[in-house]
Ligand binder design. Structure first.
Ligand code: ZN
Length: 689
């Protein structure tokens, strides 16, 4: 699940040896006796998805999901398909129904309904979009053509922060990681058209082919715009991006919360990256009053200042024009839409078909007016009883986490006190925001798609920069309620569960506790553990980056984390690509810690109940099956490759195999023995939390 990024990055874990907490599994005699008691709740396990010809001790992912894997085809317009995607598809249908209903009638100008309906209409009006061609971008293109000095270029980049298009730097305003009750301005590397710097730098055959296809894509857009010298332009643009890519930090470096926190005065910024007109840039970005800025990648900023001075202005203009087309391609006429799909859909993700225009229209409304849609979604689809059960599970998980910290053998009492203080201060949000975001600032017209999106981007930018000097808004949510996901925010020190994830197979109100603790319980534990993963552990309960670790405890933590990196780096999902254990570390620690704590919470919550057998499985078995059901997924090769390179989440099967092979509780539940494929020798298993 995600962590909210920007200035505020998520976090993570801690450690442990700890004895196993597994409960004895019911004996056969006891099982037989128990089966007579008819359970009121279902197991929540779908036996039709299982492949019982595979032993659970050999490949638990396939044992639970094998028939589903064999019988499921990835839809032609999807890059991957799994539990998350099914729920996302379903949420999207529900949102489509809401919006279509609104679009069927007229509404008062300026009302929420008018804005959602007209934005949807403006996207669906393909005839008008096709007839307009490049017209909606003409004035922006002439602005680029009129850039006549490096000061004018700086100014353009500053103004363009509102749209985040064609800018090698991205500025933003977010919580200060060292003073979380205040907002501060930050700046990060940006400016590539491919998903990551690695796509420019790797020199294996597959990467070279992709880079050539990207260059062809640049040429295609250039030609579609009717501009001359496409080949030359593509060469120049690719050369600029490659230079930027070489100077950029890797995703692994970007995870480091200390290395990426560099608070500079404006004078220090000018010294770090001389030769760029920072004053003009910041003024144009509406940030003239700031005193400090947090620079995430100082060496990149120095390199950028050099590159911007060395590249001729005419080539920067080509770069800007291409990125203007690229960013708007999906909102332009059909040939642009198709070219963009060919590259980003077919080539990079392996898609066979473009999503329907209706679905893309819904995504546009979602990404532009998401909380407005969310208000309606919650009114129709949120079950209030889910919130009560979630509250209870979260508190049980918190209690289990507290016990887990107490039981850690590798952590000193001093560090434990700090860890407990942090745990006690976690805030939780479930379902939807108490205070809804307003969109008063946005004007939407049914005949102006690109204008709608630009005006919306301007409003969102204004909303963000207006935060400077204001108290931190703790009501804010980083995900809309209709998002099938969850997150931890390290600067808020809070875990957040949008309404849409509170559905089967994550959360089943009609199912017995075992499967729910293994599924949504594991997810809750995952988000808690982000507060104690390799990055999360660096901040305290107030959300401030502060070192509260005794040195020896930190070393113990690092040693365990390294074993985890090594384990996951051995997984080889496709071709010669292995998982990047260091990139996925926070997520993998969160999975292992999360499921371990969920197991403990489940045991605590049911300790006075007899272990009921349902559908032939013990409670402990159903718990682990619940986790495995959640992660069922299939990828297209291209999408799998992209996920491994850009991470940080391990593909679903490794979230099952990697975590369970470290848990003695799993060994007990399924009688895993030396020689089984799921078995790891005790000295290489990891337990952190
Ligand atoms: Zn996560």
């Amino acid at each position: 699940m995600n962590k909210v990024s920007a200035l505020a990055l998520g976090v993570a874990l801690s450690l442990g040896l700890a004895a196993c907490n597994g409960q004895p599994v019911a004996t056969n005699a006891k099982q037989a006796q128990l089966e007579q008691a008819a359970p009121a709740l279902s197991s929540g396990i779908d036996p039709a998805n299982m492949d019982t010809t595979v032993a659970p001790q050999q490949d638990f992912f396939r044992y639970v999901n094998g028939n589903w894997l064999t019988g499921t085809e990835i839809p032609a317009d999807k890059a991957r398909w799994g539990s998350f995607d099914e729920l996302r598809e379903n949420a999207e249908k529900q949102v489509l129904a809401i919006i279509q209903e609104l679009a069927a009638t007229g509404h008062a100008q300026g009302s929420d309904s008018q804005k959602m309906a007209d934005l949807y209409r403006s996207y669906l009006d393909e005839e008008r979009i096709n007839s307009l061609g490049l017209t909606p971008l003409r004035s922006e293109i002439s602005r680029i053509d009129n850039i006549d000095s490096s000061a004018a270029l700086s100014q353009y980049w500053g103004q363009n922060q509102r749209y985040r298009i064609g800018t090698p730097l991205a500025v933003y305003v977010g919580q200060d990681q060292r003073q979380s009750d205040q907002y501060i301005t930050g700046a990060s590397q940006a400016g590539l058209g491919m998903p990551d710097r690695d796509y420019y730098l790797k020199d294996d055959e597959r990467s070279k082919v992709l880079l050539a296809q990207y260059e062809a894509f640049i040429e295609t857009l250039w030609q579609l715009a009717g501009w001359d010298n496409a080949e030359q332009a593509a060469d120049n643009i690719l050369a600029i991006e490659t230079q930027l890519a070489k100077a950029q930090w890797s995703r692994i470096q970007n995870r480091d919360r200390n290395a990426t926190y560099n608070k500079l005065s404006k004078k220090e910024l000018a010294e770090l990256a001389p030769g760029f007109d920072w004053t003009t840039f910041l003024n144009a970005a509406d940030l003239n009053d700031i005193e400090h800025i947090v620079v995430r990648q100082p060496s990149y900023f120095s390199a950028f200042a050099k590159i911007q001075a060395e590249v001729p202005l005419a080539q920067w203009q080509q770069y800007l024009k291409f990125h203007l087309l690229r960013a708007n391609a999906n909102n332009l006429s059909e040939p642009f839409v198709n070219a963009s799909f060919d590259f980003y859909g077919r080539v990079l993700s392996g898609l066979q078909e473009q999503r329907s225009r209706e679905k893309r229209a819904v995504s546009t409304v979602e990404s532009t007016l998401g909380f407005m849609v969310g208000k309606e979604y919650v009114a129709r689809h949120f079950q209030p009883e889910a919130k009560a059960r979630m509250d209870e599970m979260i508190e049980n998980l918190r209690l289990a986490f507290k016990e887990a910290i107490n039981d850690l053998e590798w952590m000193s009492p001093q560090t434990k006190v700090e860890a407990q203080a942090k745990l006690g201060k976690f805030n939780t949000k479930i379902g939807y925001p108490d205070v809804w975001r307003d969109y008063d600032c946005v004007t939407i017209a049914a005949d102006d798609l690109i204008g709608n999106l630009r005006r919306s981007a301007e409003c969102e930018y204004q909303r963000m920069t207006d935060r400077l000097g204001q108290p931190v808004n703790r009501d804010e949510w980083g995900m809309t309620p209709q998002t099938v996901n969850a997150y931890y925010s390290s600067t808020m020190n809070e875990i957040v569960f949008p309404a849409a994830i509170l559905q089967p197979p994550f959360f089943n109100v009609n199912a017995d506790d075992a499967v729910n603790y293994g599924a949504i319980g594991g997810v809750i534990g995952h988000e808690f553990t982000h507060g104690f993963d390799d990055q999360g552990r660096r901040s305290d309960g107030e959300g401030n980056l502060r070192d509260w670790w005794v040195t020896d405890d930190e070393n113990q933590f690092r040693e365990r984390a390294q074993r985890m990196i090594d384990q996951y780096s051995n997984f080889n999902p496709i071709d010669d690509l292995r998982l990047q254990g260091a990139l996925g570390l926070g997520e993998n620690i969160a999975d292992l810690g999360g499921l371990t704590v969920a197991y403990k919470a489940y045991q605590n919550a049911t300790k006075d109940q007899p272990p009921v057998i349902i559908d032939g499985f013990t409670p402990e078995q159903r718990f682990f099956m619940g986790w495995a059901q959640v992660w069922r997924i299939k990828f297209r090769d291209e999408a799998l490759r992209q996920q491994v390179i850009t991470g940080p989440h391990s593909p679903g099967m490794y979230r099952v195999l990697g975590v369970l092979s470290n848990m003695p509780e799993f060994y007990q539940a399924f009688d895993v023995k030396p020689g089984d494929a799921m078995y790891r020798e005790e000295d290489v298993r990891v337990k952190i939390w």
